[in-house]
Design a binder for this molecule. Structure first.
Ligand code: ADP
Ligand code: MG
Length: 685
């Protein structure tokens, strides 16, 4: 930065606030918008709230005394009059504005007392000297206190000059790649964006469709993508993974015992996993599948392949409840095959916990199920060969990488299978999960009917209660989900209790159950089990039922205060119905008035049942950082790219990355260094 003229420690500190620490950072600090200073607007056709350049003559100038003294300059160009206002001025300044003096002024047009006005415009007096003027399209940058547009523009002009010196800013995209996509060179792109020609298509620059902007976004996405692929490569090279046979007698027996046939998608993903597991490099695969698509069965088969070869498998879930469900499923399926499943719950007593840990350490229990938190503590495996992570978006790249390193022992690395319940748009998966292979279970088990969704104002509660009555009279079952804004289990539980009481009164003929997070595990399980057996008609619940219950006869889902929940959670909840052959429906009850985004969210839920579609819309609404829950880590903060705007570039980026790694490996590291930095972002791994 010090190579730029006039940048001392104070300015450097202000630049640092904008995360601008080098000349290159400055160059990638792109304008928010542009001001057109090339076109003179007649005063008579000025419109308030726009920026404009006017050219006229001074009619009068006076200092108005008062609480806030101001200098007022009336200007006219024959089409109308405009008042320029200065609150900060020198006494002598008034003398500049002699009647009849030519003046050009640029600023924001605002309504005024007698005429439109401009406050503190940029202005120039006297006959025009074109060379000395800022003209044409002038960029406006993200700025900060103590660092104004004039300074930023000056800094950028010097930065561009420096960049123009030979070798100062190498173009890291190979020419062939550039030509293939019709991209300008880096320097051309930067010059175009920071100093566009007067006729530049501004909307194309600002919406990212202009080749100059596309080129920058492409290069940045490529840098990030390459860095993830490289990390993955390095991890895989460092340690070998157990080679597990594709054919497995345990898997065959497991399949024979299942009460259903696997779907085509499950078969396909199973063989993708089997192939990965047979290789000496650690598998790193993400299995995406909508709610109810049957990911658990597929995970169980992978675990059995490990067990058959004498390796242990760990199954991790993000919540205790989900871990419980996995434990139940795995025990049910594996115990008959003689495979012991250890349960590492946070709620175990010391004795039970010791026992479970011993079973895992001795290798007696070949499969262990627990929460992520538990596995981060000192669980010793005898011989860990496979880690299954049910992550539900809660894991970032860093955490995944850390987990991989932890699993490594004596030069052996376990395979990793990651399952996500909420689908991630394909495009985003390529970036967020570039360190993983991706499999998709894109088919639901047969016999499921799509859920009809309606949004109903809370004022129509009585009607909703009647719906519950009718459904249950037909022998169906229903859920009633209560939600609260606060993340308080206690308040939520109380609200659910009150709701259950009122519903019991309104529906005396129904058997009503209640589950919430404050209940003892055994009680919660007993109630859910009763509901599953059909001994309860209506289950009032907090959002704890998001995961964990599977009752095909339940055909009605009521979600109270649905406007408070995000799309992912709504989709998860709705996934609890529509699991059988009966037509199911979901009622989203809301408290009016709805905010604009809440309205959009409920509309999306009514329009589609497709988890991938919902995820895509969710991404558009929330942006990638919030979507992936990585906002705090800064993991997905880009300088020039925008994952939503530039999503269409991602397949091109992926292809280019493969090509570079294969044909021009020397071009890879400089791209990573430029956009990701020298390993700083992955320092914590
Ligand atoms: P998710 O992908 O949401 O984790 P699960 O694995 O919990 O889905 O499966 C949902 C339900 O569907 C479970 O009851 C499971 O036993 C059942 N299931 C899984 N695969 C099939 C299939 N091929 N045919 C019928 N039912 C299936
Ligand atoms: Mg699941």
């Amino acid at each position: 930065m010090s190579s730029l003229k006039g940048v001392g420690p104070r300015l450097a500190e202000r630049l640092a606030r904008l995360r601008l620490g080098s000349v290159q950072d400055l160059l990638f600090h792109l304008p928010l918008r542009y001001e057109d200073r090339g076109t003179v607007v007649p005063i008579g056709s000025l419109r308030p709230a726009s920026f404009a350049l006017i050219d006229g003559r001074v009619e009068l100038a006076e200092v108005v005394r008062g609480r806030r003294p101001r200098l007022l300059v009336r200007v006219s160009d024959g089409t109308g009059q405009l008042t320029l206002l200065f609150f900060h001025f020198y006494a002598s300044q008034i003398n500049q504005f002699r009647r009849g003096t030519r003046i050009r002024a640029f600023g924001e047009v605002r309504p005024g007392m007698a005429t439109l006005s401009m406050t503190h415009p940029d202005y120039r007096l006297g006959e025009a000297d074109p060379a000395a003027e800022e003209s044409g399209l002038v960029p406006v940058y993200p700025a900060t206190e103590g660092l104004n547009q004039t300074q930023l523009r000056r800094l950028l002009r010097s930065a561009l000059e420096l960049a123009g010196e030979p070798g100062a800013l190498p173009d890291l995209l190979p020419p062939a790649l550039r030509e293939q996509h019709g991209f300008p060179t880096l320097l051309e792109a930067l010059r175009y964006i920071h100093a566009p020609p007067p006729d530049a298509p501004l909307h194309a620059i600002l919406d990212g469709s202009h080749p100059a902007v596309r080129r920058l976004a492409f290069e940045e996405l490529l840098g990030h993508h390459l860095s993830l692929r490289r990390l993955r490569q390095q991890l895989q090279e460092r340690a070998r993974a157990p080679e597990l046979a594709v054919e497995s007698a345990l898997v065959a027996r497991f399949r024979a015992a299942l009460p259903f046939r696997l779907t085509g998608a499950q078969e396909r993903v199973d063989s993708e996993l089997a192939n990965d597991l047979a290789r000496p490099q650690a598998m790193l695969r993400l299995v995406q599948g909508d709610v109810g698509s049957g990911k658990t069965v597929v995970a169980a088969m992978a675990a059995l392949r490990a067990v058959e070869a004498g390796w242990q498998a760990a199954v991790m879930a993000p919540t205790e409840l989900l871990a419980e469900q996995h434990h139940r499923n795995f025990s049910q399926w594996l115990a008959p095959l003689g495979v012991e499943v250890a349960w590492l719950s946070g709620r175990l007593g010391t004795r039970q916990r010791e026992e479970a840990l011993t079973a895992v350490a001795s290798g007696r229990a070949m499969v262990a199920v627990g929460t992520h938190a538990l596995f981060q503590e000192a669980v010793q495996f005898q011989r860990l060969g496979l880690v299954i992570v049910d992550e539900q978006h809660r894991f970032g790249v860093h955490q995944r990488l850390a987990l991989r390193e932890k699993g490594e022992r004596d030069g052996v690395q376990p395979h990793q299978l990651i399952m996500t319940a909420t689908p991630i748009p394909r495009t985003l998966a390529m970036t967020a999960y570039a360190d993983l292979d991706v499999s998709v279970i894109d088919e639901l088990p047969p016999g499921r009917t799509p859920v009809t969704t309606v949004a109903v104002s809370a004022g129509r509660r009585e009607e909703v209660i009647e719906r519950v009555r009718t459904a249950c009279a037909e022998g169906r079952q229903a859920y009633w989900v209560c939600t609260l804004i606060e993340e308080s289990e206690l308040l939520e539980a109380q609200a659910a209790e009150a709701t259950a009481e009122r519903l019991t009164e309104a529906l005396p003929e129904l058997r009503v159950g209640l589950v919430h997070g404050r209940l003892k595990n055994a009680d919660k399980e007993a109630i859910m089990a009763a509901f599953a057996r059909g001994e309860l008609d209506l289950l009032v619940a907090t959002t704890v039922i998001e995961v964990g219950v599977d009752v095909p006869n339940a055909s009605l889902m009521i979600i109270e205060n649905a406007e408070r929940l995000g799309l992912a959670q709504l989709h998860q909840l709705r996934g609890r119905v529509g699991r059988g052959a009966v037509a199911s429906s979901c009622v989203l009850m809301y408290q009016p008035p709805l905010s604009a985004t809440a309205k959009l969210r409920l509309g999306i839920m009514r329009e589609t049942n497709d988890g991938f579609e919902i995820a895509q819309r969710d991404l558009e609404l929330r942006g990638p950082g919030e979507f992936l829950g990585t906002r705090q880590t800064g993991e997905l903060r880009y300088r020039t790219a925008d994952l939503v705007r530039d999503a269409h570039l991602l397949p091109l980026v992926q292809r280019a990355a493969q090509q570079l790694l294969r044909e021009q490996p020397a071009a890879v590291q400089p791209l990573i260094d430029r956009w990701v930095g020298h390993g700083e972002r992955y320092a914590q791994v």
